[in-house]
Design a protein around this ligand. Sequence first.
Ligand SMILES: *Cc1c(COP(=O)(O)O)cnc(C)c1O
Length: 716
Amino acid sequence: MTPLTAAEVKELTAGLNRLARNLWWSWDQEAQELFHELSPRGWQNLYHNAVAVLRELSEYELRVRLQEPALCAKVRRVLRNFDAYLPAEGTWGSKNAPALVDRPVAYFSAEFAFHETLPIAAGGLGVLAGDHAKAASDLGLGFVGVSLFYREGYFMQSINHDNWQTEYYTQLNPRNLPLEPVLNEHGEPLVCSVRIAASTIQFHAWRVNVGRVPVYLLDTNRPENEPHFRDLTLRVYGGDSSTRIMQEILLGVGGVRLLRALGLQPSTFHMNEGHAAFLTLELIREKMAAGHSLEAASAATRRECLFTTHTPVEAGHDRFSADLMAFAGRKFEQQLGLTSEKLMDLGRVRPGDKHETFCMTVLALRHSRAANGVSELHGAVSREMWMELYGVEDPNQVPIGHVTNGVHVVGWMKGTVRRFWRERFAKLHPNHTEMEWIEGCNSPDFWKAMADPNIVSDEELWAIRYKLRRELLEFSRRRLLLQGKSFSEGNFISFDGMLNPDALTIGFARRFATYKRAPLIFERFDDVVRLVRDSARPIQFLFAGKAHPRDDAGKAFIQKVIHLSKFSELKGSLVFIENYDIHVARQLVGGCDIWLNNPRRPLEASGTSGMKTTVHGCLNLSILDGWWREGYDGTNGFAIGDDSHPATIDEQDLQDSANLYDALTKEVIPCFFNRDANGIPRHWIAKIRRSYSTLAAQFSTWRMVQEYSTKYYIQS
Ligand SMILES: *Cc1c(COP(=O)(O)O)cnc(C)c1O
């Protein structure tokens, strides 16, 4: 091969920089491998940050590396695939929702989780929003996301000597992230403002390129703002309720202002949870400023808005006192010509009830043409919850529907698994394009075809399970080693006998909100110890998760799990992995054999972590709440209890822990260790086949975004 010319090097370098600044690479295997290959050490040390990897490489180094024919060919191939992905012609969206191209859906969410290097989300809500954006991109939907840029993100978790969670924060540097400043026509940052309390607050924005779609992150860190307003967007759900209300005014009102400054006229404003509901007041203000009455402006705003509620848990619904509303929201009163009581009434179930606080969910429901919960059961629970708001006696008359959540399938696959399925996809579809492969991952037909033992044998499935479990154990040991370094010597973990590659590996990782009952399994402590010690049929547990900084009950759960992992008979068979995030999540859903989910029904509105497991051959063991109540069919995993729950919490905890133990000992463990003469657990593998063939496509964000589109986004 002749050496590359200077112009070719320049072109490829520019291409790589463009690629690193579009998160498309985070769901393209070869693109990730490319950055890894460019700097194996950097890839690991910089936590898979493509922008930072490129910034670390000197121009000289890159030039030399690009002269390697194989690497150069790979760069060209990836860039070609990237450029082929970007145009929206021929996509599902261009065919089915062409009106959204000019007038997109504006999707507002207080958090978005895209990738571990941009940690601006607290948990499942953000993961869902990030996956929604990725699927909207794949489908070519007219879509724009709006959120905040939290420069200290969500907290990092460390565990102190008392096994108590402590939080610390690191500053994100936008220059090292896939963010582009949003500029005005003079090439300077586009600055907008909102009025909060008695102040005018300026903000600029960052654009995240998520494949074809942009997500804008608002940032108040500007020199002209007073210091405490510069820090308004410091942390995800940071500070007290006055920070919270100000962040939400910024998100809702500021978000609409930014979209207008960009010249956008969205056809739908989709509020992902109540945090963004102040956007409705800004839309009303705009219309009143154009001469409409409050009533007409409200009605027109309602036609533009869609609201998704995400939890029946009371603490998940923001409420603000009349004092706080009068202080932070005084501008709304002036703009809409409302008394403070009338403003409060917009967020009250019972207008005029001075004891009722201002609820963001109520504001959103009052101003949406449609609203939905995130699973069938959650839809029903939400209709019950809000009967009074709609003044009806029959929950079926409450206009709240449901769209069950999903996950972005390709993005959640571990590399090992992506390669595995892609090889099989290629057998069915030689010469397929990148896009056809992504379509395949979201197609029920592909996963049904993969249920055929002639295409994927039991032996192959069992081999990949072993491989994934071993990868997870290696990952866990590496993390434990790093965690161990932060302990004093007395606490240091010994690795002898820790984690067994043959054991049935049970994972539990999610936020440590108390209703999720992380330590439920240990209610039967002595029984669990007996199971762990059964050398013929060993089991082990991996836990991870963060508790909200102010949730001491959640932190006590973490403390309990860690204490057991260090000082009880479970030592070596139970580990807690610190600093749960998307990367840890991917390792765990990939490597575990069983994904445990035991929320207090019906509080888990959907849950999504269990959906990430199916394509990895990990089986769900779950309460029939949220998505699993729809997903479970008796053959594709395991249920804890049945489609009912006792009335009191105490009864429920007792009954669920008994049911969990029963399912584990009567179904899960016998099935996993029931091996044939070749050592293969045929029945277990049959369940794995049923799991991916019935669940993977159904609980994908492709299905979810298509459902949102046809039910709600596309208007005749
Ligand atoms: C998927 C995911 C969640 C959601 O987990 P649930 O079990 O649905 O609560 C939370 N956090 C991270 C990092 C995730 O990847």
